[in-house]
Design a protein around this ligand. Structure first.
Ligand SMILES: *Cc1c(COP(=O)(O)O)cnc(C)c1O
Length: 236
């Protein structure tokens, strides 16, 4: 496929997705400036990323090595990590990312805090919550997060806990994702009113939820970051 053709397809997909984001904001009474599109490039070929980079500059990868390689190629873009992070890849990830969405255990959080201290940086992270309870998904169980908060808060001197992230189960009907997104928003509200959390400071501004199939519903339920991959590259 010709470069110009790739570029046209991606531009059209991006326009459509942005229109749908704007529409969902109107439906949900959200302001457009509060919702950001994170373009998931994990399956994108280098030419697609090249084309997309002309129009967009917030990207996400699920593997630290590909994140590092691509961040080095597009250092002016923001690169987020959305996939499971192994402890031995924390240093690599921290050197190349502006936001880790997928912090799924206290153990990982502590590792990130200790490497960040060494690197003299204060990275931004989100806590991944397994709202649906599916065994195949990682993340904190909603019921365990309050109990884990003292340990979570202890790490927050070395990193910035910016909010929560979740993945809804894959469904044909996006409405079925709604209760999971709502639960994440309610969990955030509950955390913010809980004394032990309030006192430890984080405002948890971000809710990372919604993918290609269900981002409109996620926005209606309060998403501030939508992670969209396949819709941007459809037709390529
Ligand atoms: C791949 C991925 C996405 C994007 O999924 P699409 O359905 O392609 O939009 C979003 N979030 C996570 C965690 C992913 O791994």
């Amino acid at each position: 496929m010709l470069e110009t053709e790739i570029s046209q397809i991606i531009q059209r997909n991006l326009d459509t997705v942005q229109d749908e984001i704007a529409h969902a904001c109107r439906v949900g009474g959200r302001s457009l400036g509060d919702v950001r599109l994170v373009a998931v490039t994990k399956y994108a070929q280098p030419e697609w990323l090249q084309a997309l980079s002309m129009f967009h500059s917030v990207f996400a990868e699920n593997r630290p090595q590909q994140l590092a390689d691509r961040q080095a190629m597009y250092p002016d873009a923001q690169w987020h990590l959305i996939g499971q992070l192994q402890r031995n890849k924390v240093r690599l990830a921290l050197q190349h990312t502006t936001l880790i969405h997928s912090v799924d255990s206290v153990r990982l959080l502590k590792r990130i805090a200790s490497v960040a201290t060494e690197l003299r940086i204060r990275p931004r992270i989100l806590l991944q919550i397994n709202v649906s309870g599916e065994a195949t998904k990682s993340g904190f169980a909603p019921a365990e997060i309050l109990g884990a908060w003292p340990e979570i808060a202890a790490s927050s001197k070395s990193l910035q806990i910016d909010g929560l992230m979740t993945m809804a189960p894959a469904e044909d009907d996006p409405q079925r994702a709604r209760p999971h997104f709502r639960e994440l928003r309610e969990l955030k509200e509950k955390l913010l009113t809980h004394d032990g959390v309030k006192d430890s400071g984080p405002a948890l501004p971000e809710l990372s939820m919604g993918m290609s199939g269900d981002f409109a519903v996620a926005i209606e339920e309060g998403a501030t970051l939508v992670r969209i991959g396949s819709r941007l590259f459809a037709g390529l």
